[in-house]
Design a protein around this ligand. Structure first.
Ligand code: 5GP
Ligand code: ZN
Length: 110
């Protein structure tokens, strides 16, 4: 079982922000912004490459709910999903980083 599936199963504790039947939002253990929340599907999907369209539509709505709950919806925020090795994906379970709470830099990467 992957580390995020263990969080969903309650085997690893997490600081939950919001959840529904299909998705879970929790604080990143190593935040890189004042607000750094991870949103994951409760079923194991490896990455954006494997996800179906219906889930993308639903998770987008959920992400917006999370941003509202975190108080960053109006001021703006960033949503990132890393895919595979070159994308820097460390946990092989689809997740969206929600970053906000400050004006985020747009770094030159690579
Ligand atoms: P990735 O590099 O795969 O896009 O992002 C993985 C993220 O998961 C990282 O930001 C990392 O800090 C976070 N993370 C890894 N393990 C845990 C954990 O056990 N709990 C929480 N809350 N976050 C984790
Ligand atoms: Zn998983």
């Amino acid at each position: 079982m992957c580390i995020f599936c263990k969080i969903i199963a309650g085997e690893i504790p997490s600081n939950k922000v919001l959840e529904n039947e299909e998705f879970l939002a929790f604080n990143d253990i190593n935040p890189i912004a004042p607000v750094h929340i991870l949103v994951i599907p409760k079923i194991h999907i490896k990455s954006l490459n494997e996800v179906d369209n219906e889930t993308i539509v639903k998770i987008t709505e959920f992400i917006k709910e999370v941003a509202k709950k975190a108080g960053i919806f109006e001021d703006g925020y960033r949503v990132i999903t890393n895919i595979g090795e070159n994308g820097g994906q460390e946990v092989p379970h689809l997740h969206f980083h929600i970053l906000g709470g400050t004006k985020l830099a747009w770094p030159k990467l690579g």
